[in-house]
Design a protein around this ligand. Sequence first.
Ligand code: BDP
Length: 690
Amino acid sequence: MGGRSLVNRCAALIASALLFALPGAVRAEDGYALWLRYAPLEGEALERLRAFDPAITAAGEGATLALASQELARGLTSLTGGMPQGGGGEIALNCRGEGGDGSFTIETRGRSIRISGPGELSCLYGAYALLRELSLGVDPAAINLSEAPGMPLRLLNHWDNPDGHVERGYAGRSIFDWWRLPEHLDQRMIDYARANASIGINGSVVNNVNASPLFLTPRYLPKLKRLADAWRPYGIRLYISARFSAPRDVGGLETADPLDPRVQAWWKAKADEIYAEIPDFGGFLVKANSEGQPGPQDYGRTHADGANMLGRAIGERGVVIWRAFVYSELDATDRAKQAYAEFVPLDGQFDDNVIVQVKNGPIDFQPREPFHPLFGAMPNTKLMLEAQITKEYLGFSTHLSFLAPMWEEVLRADTGRGGTVAEIIAPAGMAGVANTGSDRNWSGSHFDQANWYAFGRLAWNPGLPSEQIAREWGAQTFSRDERFLAAVVPMMLGSRQATVDYMNPLGLAHLFDTGHHYGPAPWVCDLARPEWNPCYYHKADAEGIGFDRTRSGSNALEQYALSIAAQWSDPRMIDPDYLLWFHHVPWDFPMPSGRPLWDELVARYDRGVAAVDEMARTWAAQERFVDAERFRDVSEYLRIHRQEAQWWRDASIAYWRSLNGLDMPAGAAEPEHTLEHYRSLTFPEAPGNG
Ligand code: BDP
């Protein structure tokens, strides 16, 4: 079968895409289409693409290649308002074979564009890249790209439970319909795969790290298989979170000891059973001996014993991803130091197909943390970076906070030990805790789609500047009008710092309310485990504030390379963004701005709130560039955002003043309510609870 017939096979799909592009047809603008809207081009860009009018030809007939053709036909139809007729231009897909890493080349000569690469996935990725460029209005005659992935594993981690609840999910219920699977495959599962493939995401861990053993039972295998089959043509491999005690929970054994031969045999048989149905199964993600989850230490074994046992069951077919997010209430050591202390001694003991997955910072996805000291400290272990796309600690889905600058900060951080974080993780990959849910717009808010997008783009190319990502996303998702982008891109770029400022400025961390983590509660000091209390993190009293992690305190600084620790060891020299993370200082500590610490702190809170005001003003001026429904959604969310930013500022300041007894700095407004008021607020229905 030649390339032409492949195009013919796409006819039905093209026709349906055309329907969307007809003038006057109602275009769904509820956000469901994500960044794949392919809104019709206008003016010169439209004329150019119409004149180009390519025939799409493909050498080969694999499922992935067919998708690449379909996506091109669909995208071009939507961009130009008409099906390409093959009026002289050509897009030739030249990729053969399965596998390959998806690297692609797009070469343009005259009216001919050639997409090539080592396997069919290259043509699919190339097709999406080409469509992205065309969507941005780039001249087809000027598109020449050559790209390769920056790391092999680019995964989403879903913290979704079998009953549909999403831990730390702020976009509704789970997108995975385990109840109706395997018989029914929801269209969302295909649209999900498309969205991921379009940004280079190549794997999905479909269940919560606080894992139900159900996923390892025979009943779930056909469900998992149906998903894996649907995603395969998009280059997406399915993984599951494995509960370490499964041999006991669902396997009929009385132990899960990794050194017990019966346990080893159980996992091997389980892996074989999975691979018989899902030959490209990605592997297991494991949260062990962390926050009450079972693990090898329950039997006096190490993380390496546990991980390697699972790794041997999987063999060369996949990987075991073992999380380094561990801390213990029985250990009085600074929580920020515990993962390093547990894992560094195991360096070199993990098998080749085991990867250790490390959160970006040493505590837990806070608005700002220094990079995790494990990066660079385990040269003989594959390390993967775990980022959180869902905004557990950055305002759920109602705060507009674009996270690319945060991830850029960690990826570019020099570990002082053999490279930047991006370089350290390059042999392994990056995982993002997903923000998808059943909400029509997938992510709970339109702007949170940008964080899913940014995660994928950065995992593909960790060198991409946040600005470029914001521009690409904004142009594809909302409007390619320069006036819109000139306003909205800077707004996005400043939004994460704004969140830091009104929530946890100057290196403060973990001041969130208990359990659901919604809103401020720096006063909480009575929870069972010490490190669950905000007061553990801020250590504020009448004299000062901050966690001393220098030699006079926990000395967490010693876990960093000397060259890095040197930048952070002196409170007068440290970047103020990290000051209270590493230092306990008096309230009148002189800041580089010339202000005493207290005044600086209040100024930062005010700066954060003012930034949200500014964001609302910026957005209000965009009405003419955005459809009514999404314009209103964002406007209303910004009102919630503004109220909550004020709440964070006022509640925090009221509490600090109850300790330090200081007046408000000159010109700063009093908190709106009393401390008692803020302390009395409760939110039993807050979403996403653990
Ligand atoms: C914390 C979340 C909790 C997760 C945990 C983890 O609050 O729900 O289970 O991280 O990463 O941020 O395992």
